[in-house]
Design a protein around this ligand. Structure first.
Ligand code: CU
Length: 156
């Protein structure tokens, strides 16, 4: 009696091993999916012309102060606690030298982009084609320009 049940155990162990072999196909499928995910991550090259601009009380801080002509994606990040805005102006005037009337800068030059109002802690982005020249990056919400929210930027 006892030897008979021993044989049954060996048989079921053999079945279990062969069943496991079939699972190999499942592992292969998982590797293929992983490969596709890697390809998608590589697509971030599209953001090569990105320029981060930090806005806060009371500064406009571009990650760099110059770039090359062409498409630039402004990634405005408001790290402050009140709403801020970002305007990109092609101008010969120094960013901090616009006349101010009623708390708002009277911009001289050509406004190429207006990212709009951004809530505290939020981000917005906008792509523009920039030509060679001097630019002023400003926040022109009432009082903000006077408080120091302007930065010179060069495209060369
Ligand atoms: Cu502001």
């Amino acid at each position: 009696m006892s030897s008979g049940s021993g044989l049954a155990l060996v048989l079921s162990a053999a079945l279990f091993v062969s069943g496991c072999g079939g699972g190999g196909d499942g592992e292969q499928a998982a590797e293929t999916v992983q490969g596709e995910a890697t390809q998608v991550a590589g697509g971030e090259k599209a953001g090569r012309g990105a320029l981060e601009v930090e806005l806060n009380e009371w500064d406009v801080i571009p990650a760099k102060d110059a770039t090359q002509p062409g498409k630039v994606t402004f990634q405005a990040r408001n790290t402050g606690s009140v709403p801020h805005a970002l305007e990109v102006i092609l101008t010969d005037v120094k960013a901090g030298a616009f006349p101010v009337k009623g708390g708002v800068a009277e911009v001289k030059g050509k406004k190429l982009a207006d990212v709009g109002d951004i809530a505290g802690g939020a981000s917005k982005q906008l792509s523009v084609i920039l030509e060679r020249g001097h630019y002023a990056l400003i926040c022109n919400l009432p009082g903000h320009y006077e408080a120091g929210m302007h930065s010179d930027f060069q495209v060369e």
